[in-house]
Ligand binder design. Structure first.
Ligand code: DGJ
Length: 747
């Protein structure tokens, strides 16, 4: 790994064993992009990578010359209007009304390690040798504004982290109206664009299309990364698939408004960018003021989509998530939400917890409804003290009783919100985000606290910390159930109102930082009406997130499969719930529900006392399984084998770090009659190792890794021509059928 700068050619080469990233200081002093992809050798110069031939109708930078037009040049952090007409990475609105800028190279620094980004989540290194960083300082002389482009290349991952920092050294205000985290011009458009989109209950579905001339984008303007699109997109060569071919992933470490965009120009150049959504954004750069963009992470794979995902998994699990819970086995929890909703008493909770303990559950989580007057959606948010009618001895008393049962105790909060019917709102009606003299919209009968104001965040911190100090709390579920409307803060000047969405997120991160630092032993799980804020920004503070409110096992196949493209299994909260399922009314076997959920941060979302004795035995078996395999599931390499978006059968597998063990999960949604013979070629095994292959239905057999990867695992079941009830899997093979296959190296 290294970063080379050639004084002669003004070229930078960032490289590790696998990838190269090449840039150049162009003739006009701005930064040009030369190459990003698989590692190429270091050469004396890369002049051949700059193509800038004359084109009719272009505009040219230098008088009486037709040789230099930014319209044709691949750039690093482009601006609009000086011969480049594409969407810019940066736009600065100036006092005379101009938006033209010219950020030219001044100097650069190369150093080992990676800097933290003030107030923002970011990937990190534990030792300087893990990464090298390049900071390129550019300046617009006319404005006196400096722009620093930050690049970190990791030694052992095909990943580059990027961000940009602005500093106003001039003597007047400027409005920064666009400041992307990453912009990358690629020389062609032969890509499929893949986005992870959906809605509440169907988050992160995989959607793809060929890039076309023009702009394609996804984003959020909701004040949260959102259910609808994820701040993560992929460019994949059309012939690449899960196992081979060239793929690039673009991920934004941020939880607020974002834009991910590809613009294909008329010469088939693709400009990729990702960062804070420019819609509604502006930042007033006052003299002496600065602005740091969030971090974007760029991953390259020439081993297909799975290899890209595995890079994100390792990086986000071990160098984005922090704290004691980063590497610890996650407790098996039981959450009371779907068991009781708002309708509970302490007695009822203790009864649920007792059965949970008997089954082997490790953590009991009390969800919404435990505080002040909160017995439904209309009141109480903002008043974080216990409802002593429901919990006579408060949270403290309940937490002690839960611990006395031998369980850990966890608690739900929704700290960013307030109901009008609350003490907090009555005392501070001006603490919500709203535009003066206009009506304010509600979502779920609640309003958004103005987290851009420090005094608001301080107040919430004090209340929350008091409860966390007083009670025996080991886990916090941090929910957020509506998006921001009428975004405006009375605490800021008119010219700063474009900052409020971002300042809100900075306030949120500040609160997370304070609470996670003061209570390092607490496991935080983020949530936003299910998976409405499942993003890398929050993984920095909370190493797991509630993946979706939809707990139906069939739906979860798609949700967890889509989520796995960027996020590790350890980050995906996944619970077994009751049937008929509360979101869909579908009944699936307990086995399938457990088999899907164990590929995540596992738990239950039901009253186990409602189950039959037989089902309870099955639950105990599931818990034993998870306790045995959770470490391997969370730290191993995950391979998607068959996609739920493409057919009736889904399959995936996890291979342990030492490649001696693996679990293959196979899900058939609907049974089929007289179907074809089936086999799946497994991945990630060692060819020469002989594995004992065991499943819950049949005698074990031994196969070499090479056989399992070349010939495949036979998955033909009794639906291949046999009458129902006969054959290898007998009557067990019906609709919603799942099979877990264990592979263990034979000594
Ligand atoms: C939405 C969450 O996604 C649910 O799990 C639950 O915590 C409710 N909020 C409680 O209001």
């Amino acid at each position: 790994m290294g970063i080379i700068f050639s004084e002669k050619t003004k070229e930078f080469h960032l490289y590790n064993d696998q990838i190269s990233y090449l840039m150049k200081i162009m003739r006009n002093g701005q930064m040009g992009q030369l190459y990003f992809g698989k590692r190429i050798p270091q050469k004396d110069n890369y002049d051949y990578l700059t193509e800038n031939t004359y084109r009719p109708v272009s505009a040219f930078v230098y008088e009486n010359e037709y040789s230099f037009s930014l319209e044709h040049l691949k750039q690093e952090y482009p601006s609009y209007g000086t011969t480049d007409f594409r969407m810019p990475a940066v736009e600065v609105s100036q006092q005379n009304g101009s938006r033209i800028t010219n950020f030219q190279y001044v100097s650069h620094k190369i150093y080992p390690g990676k800097p933290a980004l003030e107030g923002l989540p970011a990937t990190y290194t534990q030792a300087d040798a893990e990464a090298d960083t390049l900071e390129i300082l550019l300046r617009d002389e006319l404005l006196g504004v400096e722009l620093t482009l930050l690049y970190t290349i990791f030694q052992n991952e095909n990943a580059i982290a990027r961000s940009a920092r602005f500093q106003n050294n001039g003597d007047v205000d400027y409005q920064l109206t666009t400041a992307m985290s990453l912009s990358l011009d690629l020389p062609d458009d032969d890509y499929e664009w893949i986005q992870f989109s959906g809605a509440w209950g169907r988050e992160r579905y995989v959607k793809s299309r060929r890039l076309q001339q023009g702009i394609q984008s996804v984003g959020s303007t909701r004040g949260a990364s959102g259910h609808f699109h994820n701040p993560f997109v992929v460019l994949k060569r059309p012939q690449a698939d899960e196992f081979q071919g060239e793929v690039m992933g673009f991920s934004l470490v941020y939880s607020g408004n974002f834009l991910a965009q590809a613009e294909v120009d008329t010469f088939h150049v693709t400009r990729m960018m990702i960062g804070i959504h420019p819609a509604g954004f502006s930042w007033c750069l006052k003299p002496g003021g600065s602005f740091q963009t969030p971090e974007a992470v760029l991953v390259y794979s020439d081993g297909g989509m799975n290899a890209m995902s595995q890079t994100f998994h390792r990086l986000y699990r071990t160098r984005l998530a922090r704290g004691v819970w980063r590497d610890k086995e996650r407790p098996i929890l039981l959450n009371n939400w779907e068991a009781t909703y708002f309708n509970f008493t302490e007695e009822k909770l203790l009864a649920i917890a007792k059965t949970a303990k008997e089954a082997g559950v490790e953590l009991f989580v009390l969800d919404d409804g435990w505080f002040s007057t909160r017995c439904g959606e209309t009141s109480g948010l903002g008043d974080w003290w216990p409802n002593t009618e429901r919990l006579p001895n408060g949270v403290q008393g309940l937490s002690e009783k839960i611990e006395a049962l031998g369980l850990k105790f966890g608690l739900w909060f929704e700290l960013e919100m307030v109901n009008k019917d609350s003490e907090l709102y009555r005392s501070h009606p001006d603490w919500i985000l709203r535009t003066p003299d206009r009506s304010v919209s509600h979502g779920r009968k609640q309003y958004v606290l103005d987290f851009s104001r420090k005094e608001v965040v301080d107040y919430i911190y004090i209340m929350t910390a008091k409860i966390l100090r007083e009670s025996k709390i080991s886990y916090v579920k941090w929910d957020m159930n509506r998006n921001i409307t009428e975004c405006y803060s009375t605490a800021y000047e008119a010219c700063q109102q474009g900052e409020i969405f971002h300042r809100y997120i900075l306030g949120l991160y500040d609160l997370y930082e304070r609470l996670t630092s003061e209570f390092p032993h607490i496991l935080f799980e983020s949530c936003a009406s299910g998976g409405g804020r499942f993003d890398p920004g929050l993984l920095y503070y909370a190493p797991q997130a509630w993946t979706s409110d939809d707990t139906d096992a069939v739906e979860r196949l798609k949700i967890q499969y889509g989520t796995s493209y960027a996020y590790p299994l350890s980050s995906m909260g996944a619970h077994v719930s009751i049937t008929p399922n509360h979101q869909l009314g579908r009944s699936t076997p307990l086995k399938m529900r457990g088999d899907v959920a164990c590929f995540g941060a596992f738990g239950y979302e039901l009253d186990l006392a409602q189950l039959s004795a037989e089902e309870l035995e099955e639950v105990k078996q599931q818990i034993r399984f998870v306790k045995t395999y959770r470490h391997m599931i969370h730290t191993g390499s995950f391979y998607r084998l068959l996609s739920p978006f493409e057919g009736n059968i889904t399959a995936w597998m996890v291979v342990s770090e030492d490649q001696k063990h693996a679990i293959v999960a196979y899900f058939k949604v609907l049974n089929d009659a007289n179907c074809e013979y089936r086999r799946i070629r497994l991945k990630g095994l060692k060819e020469e190792i002989c594995y004992r292959v065991t499943d819950e239905y049949a005698q074990s057999d031994d196969f070499y890794g090479s056989e399992l990867m070349q010939v495949g695992l036979i998955t033909t079941d009794s639906s291949a021509g046999q009458p129902l009830g006969e054959g290898k899997y007998g009557e067990l093979c019906t609709d919603f059928w799942s099979r877990m296959v264990l592979l263990d190296a034979v000594d």
